[in-house]
Design a protein around this ligand. Structure first.
Ligand code: ATP
Length: 888
C-alpha cells in the first residue's frame, strides 16, 4: 500500500537493523491493510450454481413434456415432472456446491507461502498474511510475495520478465548500496532465480506494481479433463441422434394415424430415456472426490487433467535425495590422509572419530580439524541448542547435507556459533546444482581472508592444485588426484554421499571463478542418507503395474547406483548414464538408449528436460519430479509434472500439475493408483448409465415399432433415470480399488473410454435390459389385457434389472457371481433406497396416482424376478466378461 511505503521510508534509518514485526503488530497491520492478495477471489455464487441446473437440454425436453401434459389436461403429471426436475436440480446443486467447495479448499492449500521474520524468528506464513513492514527472507526459487526493498542481498538475481518482459534475470542489491534505486526493489510475483536476500515489505495486495496490472493471479487451473471434453462431445452426439430417432418415431406414428399427442409424448419419453443427463455431473463428482482422496495420500492435484493422465503413466522419473531417500544425512566416514569413521547420532554433538589407531583427538589432528571447520563455515544451515531441555538437545534447520556437516563439526568440538565469531563471512558463492559446489569468503580476527569451498568431490578436486597433509601443503599431482578419486568411488560404493572440502588464503579476488581456483584439497566427508522404507514397496508396485521407475540425481554415479540397487530400481550390471555422457550424446542416440537406462547420475537440471523429451518421443507418459527453479522446464514438459511440497521452490510448484506434500516417491505411486481407480470407476458408471439408457430407449423404440401402447410413461422413465439410476451411479464412483488395479499395464493415453470391449458390454447388457422389460410388458398385456398393470410391471422390471446390473458393473473382468457384492456400503444403501422407493411407488396410493401405477400380484412379481435375473445369468453363461479378458 502506498502509505505504509512512505511510513517505511521513515523507518529506513533503522531498516538495516530491522528485525521484522511482532505477531501482534502484524495482526494490527493486517486488520488495517487487509490481505495481501491481488483481487478478491470471485466466490462462486450458490444461486448461479442452482440456476445452472436448469440450463441444459434435458430441462428443455422436460419443459416440453410439461407443456404437452398441461395441454392434455394432465395436471398431476405436469406438476410431478416439475417437482422431479426441481428435486433433481437440488440434488445436482448440493453435489456441485460441495465439489466447488472442495476445489476452493484445495486452492487454499496450494496457495503460496512466504518466509518472514516475526517476533525475531523466521516463520513460514501464507503469502496472503504478509503486511507492510514485514521482513521477508528470499531464497533461490522463491516467488516474491509483495513489493519490498532489499536490506540484505547475496548474489541475488530476480526474473522480472512478468513485469518488464526482460527475459534475463536482473541482479539486485541491498538498499545500503543503492539507496532508493530500482536495483534494490523487488516486486510481487517475480521470481528469485539465484542467491539470497532479505527485504522489507512496502506495498501489499492491490497497491503493489503487480496489483496495478492486476488480473495476473495464478490459481489451480480448472480446465476440463480430456475425458470430460470427450463426454461433452458424446453427449452432443447422443442428443442429436436421439432427436432424429424421436422425429422418426413420432412421424411414422402420425403417418400410421396414431394420436398426435400420444406420439408427441412418445417422442418426449424417448428423449428422456436417451439423454444420459447425470453423466457429466457424476464424472465431475468422481474427479473431485478422487482429488480429495489423493490429498489424503499427500498428493495435491493442481491441474485436474493430471488425475486422468496419472492412470496412463508408464515411467516415473524421480529425484533421489529426499524423494527416494529420507534426506536425513549423517556423516559416517571422512578421509584426510586416512579413513576416519565418525560415530554418534545424527542429532547429537556427542560422537567419536576413529581411525585404524583408535579414537582420534580432533584438536591434535590438524587436517581433520580443518576439514570439519570448512564444513561448518561453508554452510547455511543452522544448529541451535534447545534451551529449555535439561538434556543436550539440538535443533537443525536448513539443507540436510549442510546440517550433517554442522553435527559432525560439533562432534569434533567445532560449534557453529563459536567459529562464526572467529570468522566473519564477507561473501558467498551459493550452491547450485549446475555447479555442484559452494564457497564462502571469510575474514578472521587477524584480518586474514580465506575461501572455504565444499561440493561434489570430483568437482572440488578439479579446482585444487595443492593438498593439505600432516607434513604441510604440497602440490596435488595426477597420481594423488587419482588416488583421491578412487577413495571417493570406494566411499560412494557404500552408498555414501561424498563431498570434497578445500580452502585457500587470499588477499583479494576479482571474480568468483578466481576465488574458486587453485584451492588446497583438505579431505572428503561421506554421509549416509538411507533409502525411504516405503520406497522399496512403491518400486515393487511400479514394476507390477508396468511402470518404470527412473532415478535422476545430481549425486555421484556409484552412490546413485548403490542406492538404486538397494531399492531395486536397477539390476546388477545395468547401465548408469552420467550427465557428462548425456552431454556427448545426440538426441537420437539418447532416444535409442533411453529405454535401457534406469539411473542417471551427476546430471544437471537441464539434462532432465532432454530425458523427458526422449522418453516422450518413445511414446512414454512421463511423471517427472523436480524441486529447484531449474527443474521447472522439465517438470512443465512432463505429462505429469510433480513438485515437492517441502523442498520445492514456488516456481517449480507453479509449473507442476501435482505437488507432493511429503516429497515422497511412494506418494506418487499412491497417486497413480488413485488415478487408475478413479478412471476405472468412471468407466464403471459410464457402463452402468449407458446400458440402462440403451435398455430404456430399446423398450420404447421397439414398443412403438410394434404398434404397442407406450410401454413406459415419460414420468416413469424420468423417475428411473434420475432417481433409480442416479444414486447407484454416484455410489459406483466410490468403488474401492479392485485387487489387481496395480497389476495391470497402464492404459493407453489416447484410448477411448469405450475401449477394451466396454462398448460391447454396454450394448450387450443394454439389449438384455430392453428386451426383458419389453417381454414382461407384452406378456402381461397379452394375459391381463390391462395396460396399467403391464406398464407397472415393465417399470418395475426396468428398475430391478438395473439395480442388479449395477453390481455387474463393479468389475469388467469378473461376473456378478465373482465380485464382492457388499464391499461398497454406499452402493448397497443406494440400491436398498431405490428398492424401497419403487415399492412405495407401486403400492402407495398417493404415488400410484402420480406415477400411474397399480399394485402388482405375485404372478407379476415372479415374471419380473425371472426376467430381471436373466441378464447376469446369460452374461455369465456366455462368459461375456471372460471373453473380454482373453481379448486383452
Ligand atoms: P537429487 O537430484 O536426487 O536431489 P542431489 O541432492 O545429490 O540429488 P544436487 O542437490 O543437485 O543433487 O547435488 C549435486 C551434488 O552437489 C551432490 O551430489 C553433492 O556432491 C553436491 N552438493 C549437494 N548439496 C551441496 C551443498 N549444500 N554444498 C555443496 N555441495 C553440495
Amino acid at each position: 500500500m502506498a502509505i505504509p511505503g512512505l511510513a517505511l521510508k521513515k523507518e529506513n534509518g533503522i531498516r538495516e537493523k530491522w528485525q521484522g514485526l511482532s505477531e501482534k503488530e502484524a495482526q494490527k497491520r493486517y486488520e488495517k491493510y487487509g490481505p495481501n492478495i491481488l483481487q478478491e477471489k470471485k466466490k462462486i455464487s450458490a444461486l448461479k450454481i442452482f440456476m445452472e441446473q436448469f440450463s441444459d437440454f434435458m430441462v428443455l425436453i422436460l419443459l416440453a413434456a410439461t407443456a404437452v401434459s398441461i395441454f392434455m389436461g394432465e395436471m398431476t403429471e405436469a406438476v410431478t415432472i416439475i417437482v422431479i426436475v426441481v428435486i433433481n436440480a437440488v440434488l445436482g446443486f448440493v453435489q456441485e456446491y460441495r465439489t466447488e467447495k472442495t476445489m476452493e479448499a484445495l486452492k487454499e492449500l496450494a496457495a503460496p507461502t512466504a518466509k518472514v521474520m516475526r517476533d525475531g524468528k523466521p516463520v513460514e506464513i501464507a503469502a496472503e498474511e504478509i503486511v507492510p513492514g514485514d521482513l521477508i527472507i528470499l531464497e533461490t526459487g522463491d516467488r516474491i510475495p509483495a513489493d519490498a526493498v532489499l536490506v540484505e542481498s547475496n548474489n541475488l538475481f530476480v526474473d522480472e520478465s512478468l513485469l518488464t518482459g526482460e527475459s534475463v534475470p536482473v541482479e539486485k542489491f541491498s538498499d545500503r548500496d543503492t539507496t532508493g534505486s530500482e536495483k534494490s526493489s523487488v516486486y510481487m510475483g517475480t521470481n528469485v532465480t539465484r542467491g539470497r536476500g532479505k527485504a522489507v515489505v512496502c506495498s501489499t495486495g492491490m497497491m503493489t506494481e503487480m496489483g496495478k496490472i492486476a488480473g495476473m493471479i495464478q490459481d489451480i487451473e480448472e480446465e476440463e479433463t480430456p475425458l470430460q471434453k470427450r463426454l461433452d462431445h458424446l453427449g452432443k452426439y447422443i442428443v442429436f441422434g436421439c432427436l432424429i430417432i424421436c422425429a422418426i418415431v413420432s412421424l411414422t406414428g402420425i403417418i400410421r394415424g396414431e394420436n398426435l399427442f400420444t406420439m408427441l409424448l412418445a417422442g418426449i419419453s424417448l428423449a428422456v430415456a436417451a439423454v444420459p443427463e447425470g453423466l457429466p455431473a457424476i464424472v465431475t463428482i468422481a474427479l473431485a472426490l478422487g482429488v480429495q482422496r489423493m490429498l489424503k495420500k499427500k498428493a495435491l492435484v493442481r491441474k485436474l487433467p493430471a488425475v486422468e493422465t496419472l492412470g496412463c503413466a508408464t515411467v516415473i522419473c524421480s529425484d533421489k535425495t529426499g524423494t527416494l531417500t529420507e534426506n536425513k544425512m549423517t556423516v559416517r566416514k571422512m578421509y584426510t590422509e586416512d579413513y576416519v569413521e565418525v560415530r554418534g547420532g545424527s542429532l547429537s554433538s556427542k560422537g567419536e572419530f576413529i581411525s585404524g589407531f583408535g579414537i582420534i583427538d580432533v584438536k591434535k589432528k590438524e587436517n581433520l580439524r580443518l576439514a570439519l571447520e570448512i564444513g561448518v563455515l561453508c554452510n547455511n544451515a543452522v544448529m541451535r541448542k534447545v534451551k529449555s531441555s535439561k538434556q543436550e538437545k539440538w535443533e537443525l534447520s536448513g539443507d540436510p547435507t549442510e546440517a550433517a556437516l554442522l553435527v559432525s563439526g560439533a562432534k569434533g568440538g567445532i560449534f557453529q556459533e563459536e567459529i562464526n565469531k572467529e570468522y566473519k563471512r564477507i561473501d558467498e558463492i551459493p550452491f547450485d546444482s549446475e555447479r555442484k559446489c559452494m564457497s564462502v569468503i571469510c575474514r578472521n580476527r587477524k584480518g586474514e581472508s580465506f575461501v572455504f569451498t565444499k561440493g561434489a568431490a570430483d568437482v572440488i578436486i578439479e579446482k585444487c592444485t595443492k593438498i593439505y597433509t600432516s607434513g604441510g601443503i604440497v602440490p596435488l599431482d595426477e597420481v594423488k588426484k587419482k588416488r583421491i578419486l578412487k577413495i571417493n568411488d570406494d566411499m560412494a560404493k557404500e552408498a555414501l554421499r561424498v563431498l570434497g572440502l578445500a580452502y585457500k588464503r587470499i588477499n583479494r579476488y576479482s571474480n568468483f571463478k578466481e576465488a574458486e581456483s587453485e584451492l588446497v584439497f583438505v579431505g572428503l566427508t561421506g554421509m549416509i542418507d538411507p533409502p525411504r522404507k516405503e520406497a522399496l514397496n512403491a518400486v515393487k508396485k511400479c514394476n507390477l503395474a508396468g511402470i518404470k521407475p527412473i532415478m535422476i540425481t545430481g549425486d555421484h554415479k556409484i552412490t546413485a547406483y548403490a542406492i538404486a540397487r538397494e531399492l531395486n530400481i536397477c539390476q546388477e550390471g545395468d547401465r548408469v548414464l552420467t550427465g557428462k555422457e548425456l552431454e556427448e550424446m545426440s538426441d537420437s542416440k539418447l532416444q535409442a538408449l533411453v529405454d535401457e537406462v534406469a539411473v542417471y547420475a551427476r546430471v544437471s537440471p537441464k539434462h532432465k528436460l532432454r530425458i523427458v523429451k526422449a522418453l516422450k518421443k518413445k511414446g512414454h507418459i512421463v511423471a517427472m519430479t523436480g524441486d529447484g527453479v531449474n527443474d521447472a522446464p522439465a517438470v512443465k514438459e512432463a505429462d505429469i509434472g510433480v513438485s515437492m511440497g517441502i523442498t520445492g521452490t514456488d516456481v517449480t510448484k507453479e509449473a507442476s500439475s501435482m505437488v507432493l506434500m511429503d516429497d515422497n516417491f511412494a506418494s506418487i505411486v499412491s497417486a497413480i493408483e488413485e488415478g487408475r481407480i478413479i478412471y476405472s470407476n468412471i468407466r464403471k458408471f459410464i457402463r452402468y448409465m449407458l446400458s440402462c439408457n440403451i435398455g430404456e430407449v430399446l423398450t420404447m423404440f421397439l414398443g412403438m415399432l410394434m404398434g404397442l401402447p407406450l410401454p413406459l410413461l415419460p414420468i416413469q422413465i424420468l423417475w428411473v433415470n434420475l432417481v433409480t439410476d442416479g444414486l447407484p451411479a454416484i455410489a459406483l464412483g466410490l468403488e474401492p480399488a479392485e485387487k489387481d488395479i496395480m497389476m495391470r499395464p497402464p492404459r493407453g493415453a489416447k484410448e477411448s473410454v469405450f475401449s477394451r470391449g466396454l462398448l460391447n458390454l454396454i450394448l450387450f447388457r443394454g439389449v438384455i435390459i430392453g428386451l426383458s422389460t419389453l417381454v414382461v410388458f407384452i406378456s402381461i398385456l397379452k394375459f391381463s389385457g390391462d395396460v396399467s398393470t403391464a406398464r407397472t410391471a415393465a417399470f418395475v422390471t426396468l428398475v430391478i434389472t438395473q439395480l442388479i446390473h449395477v453390481f455387474e458393473c463393479k468389475s469388467e473382468r469378473k461376473n456378478i457371481f465373482e465380485v464382492p457384492l457388499f464391499n461398497n456400503i454406499p452402493l448397497v444403501l443406494a440400491v436398498i433406497c431405490s428398492l424401497i422407493m419403487i415399492i412405495g411407488v407401486v403400492y402407495h396410493p398417493f404415488f400410484q396416482k402420480i406415477f400411474r401405477t397399480v399394485a402388482l400380484g405375485h404372478n407379476e412379481w415372479v415374471l419380473i424376478g425371472g426376467f430381471s435375473a436373466l441378464g447376469p445369468v446369460i452374461a455369465s453363461f456366455f462368459k461375456v466378461n471372460a471373453k473380454y479378458i482373453r481379448r486383452r
